[in-house]
Design a protein around this ligand. Structure first.
Ligand code: COA
Length: 293
């Protein structure tokens, strides 16, 4: 049996030939998966991450597996000087940079009244200010050098619904979404496109295992919570990311695409909880509700 299409490569080989894409938080998780796919499509890849040893190990592994060119740079997106040094290193190695994925994130799942002032700052500094720091540095470079470019931001579905227990992240990701829409308008004239992905559950070693208490697994049962009844596969997110970054999406800017199996809508619709009602219970309910002739 061939692999299902959603776990297969979507774009043509060579889509990113001659292009260089920088992914923050590219050493692990979804950042790594997106990088792996862009390499396969011909990109030169630069991955940034806080931990030098992780970023170097991933860069070496990805380069070896793909035969492509990968540069790993230690970069904490909270530090503008780290961001500028990462950009300079990328330009020095590859001549120029054409894409940026603002993927680095941090999140604490926690009742808000238990968070310290600094916990809020920490998440907002990484997610919102970190995305801004990279966008500003790269944007200034592209405008000065007149290079057409593409930015992909990673937001979340609770950027528009809000969500309890992740308030700093919700606030920061909402900011990322609005930055996307604002700059799409402002920087279109420089041929800089900027889009967003709002992913639902794509389990990763880092975010999932560290953030989600194991005793809550039942509550987060995908069969109940997600209309399509499964978690996302990294390849399908990588397909969407590559498409939005690529020239195939040349007329798309300022948009956000949700990829969550219908999860947020399930939570939003007033009567969606009726999913739990069995066929037999529906028979009884309908019999009781139908007017007697
Ligand atoms: N719940 C609530 N507050 C927390 C917390 C948690 N799980 N972990 C840390 N904090 C608080 C700390 O107490 C501290 O506040 P204080 O100075 O008032 O005590 C503040 O947050 C900063 O914590 P610190 O550990 O110093 O931050 P850091 O800058 O070293 O690292 C992260 C922050 C987010 C990078 C780190 O926690 C991390 O690697 N997390 C896992 C990765 C992750 O979040 N992935 C999710 C992707 S969506």
């Amino acid at each position: 049996m061939p692999a299902p299409l959603h776990t297969s490569s979507m774009l043509k080989e060579g889509t990113f030939d001659g292009q260089t894409v920088v992914i923050t938080g590219g050493g692990t998780g979804l950042g790594r998966s997106m990088g792996e796919y862009l390499l396969k499509l011909g990109a030169n890849l630069v991955i940034g991450g806080r931990r030098q040893e992780v970023i170097e190990a991933t860069a070496a592994e990805l380069a070896q597996a793909s035969g492509g060119q990968v540069l790993g740079v230690q970069c904490d997106v909270r530090q503008p000087e780290h961001v500028e040094a990462m950009l300079a290193a990328a330009v020095k190695k590859f001549g120029r940079v054409t894409g940026l994925v603002n993927n680095a994130a941090g999140n604490f799942i926690c009742p808000t009244e238990r968070l310290s002032y600094n916990a809020f700052n920490t998440v907002v500094d990484i997610v919102l200010k970190g995305s801004y720091n990279c966008t500003l540095a790269f944007g200034k470079y592209w405008i000065k050098e007149k290079i057409p470019a593409s930015i992909l931001n990673i937001s979340t579905t609770y950027a528009w619904t809000g969500s309890g227990y992740v308030v700093p992240s919700a606030v920061a990701k909402a900011g990322v979404l609005i930055m996307t829409r604002s700059l799409a308008s402002e920087w279109g004239k420089y041929r800089i496109r900027i889009n967003c992905i709002a992913p639902g559950p794509f389990p990763t070693e880092g975010a999932w295992s560290r953030l989600m208490p194991p005793q809550l697994e039942e509550t987060f049962d995908v069969k109940k919570k997600i209309p399509l009844q499964r978690n996302g596969e990294h390849q399908e997110l990588a397909n969407l990311a590559a498409y939005l970054l690529s020239d195939y999406a040349a007329y798309i800017t300022g948009d956000v695409i949700t990829i969550d199996g219908g999860e947020w809508l399930r939570g939003a619709g007033e009567f969606n909880g009726l999913e739990q009602v069995t066929h037999e219970e529906w028979d009884l309910l309908q019999a009781a509700m139908k007017p007697k002739k």
